[in-house]
Design a protein around this ligand. Sequence first.
Ligand code: NAP
Length: 290
Amino acid sequence: MDIGFIGLGEMGAAMVENILKAGHQVRVWNRSPERAQRLAQAGAQVVGSVAEAFTGDAVFSMLADDAAVREVINARLLEQAPRGQIHVNMATISVALAEELASEHAQRGLNYVAAPVMGRPDVAAAAKLTIVAAGPAEAIDRVQPVFDAVGQKTWRIGSLAQQANVMKLATNFLIASAVETLGEASAMLAGHGVAMQDFLDVITSNLFQGVVYQGYGKMIAEQRYEPALFKAKLGMKDVRLALAAAESVMTPLPMASVVRDSLIEAMAHGDGEKDFAVLGQVAARRAGRR
Ligand code: NAP
């Protein structure tokens, strides 16, 4: 395929490398041009404007958050985009913005697909992302070869783009809850002289198998929060988005409110750049242990 790709951060750059390896042509644009230049060596065509990237068979974007998406994917860009163009937004954004974008694209005869991903930059580099896609089925069919180049599986969620975003936010809400409770459990265990690692060996062998308990649990056990694999400040963004999505349908998420306060506490102590696992340190501090 001949595609454009907008947003070459940790995730976007890794994805573009794999799309190029799969033999597709990619026009890339990034706010900071140095990141785009690095991909030129891997075979990408660097373009000087978002509009030039917004052409071809489809355009993919992997921008940081709602504010970045609003800044880059504006009305002027959509007005000049070729009719029938497919835009696949793979970032974690709010449900409200996804709904708005789907409508803005449809009004101009453009296809909007939401395809947020599960997996960190190392998973993206290994082309093993899990993709949750929603939007017009025919458009998803057309971009499936690109999904196959970056992910291990694409799950189709529905025809309304925002349904993929709410699924991504619900997933991150579960991860956030797990990290919060791992931190709290760790503080309680320490008070009774039980090693966190012993606890993890037991729970991850049967009841709580899986990468979330193993990965974040290990970091909490080792009190190792740097380098960050997923920054606390990004976790904060996702918890806020989950709370907003829930409030829009009058659904209380009490646990998300707890995690939000814990993350605010982490940030108040200057730990926003540390890994999400730093919630273990928050819990220990509350228990007077650090
Ligand atoms: P990142 O490394 O911080 O990259 C963010 C990208 O957004 C960069 O290309 C950045 O451009 C661009 N950007 C930010 N603000 C902008 C603005 N105002 N105007 C134009 N461009 C702007 O983030 P990432 O880790 O790649 O994450 C990208 C998305 O994937 C996020 O929605 C994140 O939640 C989601 N995600 C991340 C992970 C993860 O583990 N990292 C996992 C799953 C999903 P510059 O290079 O110019 O700053």
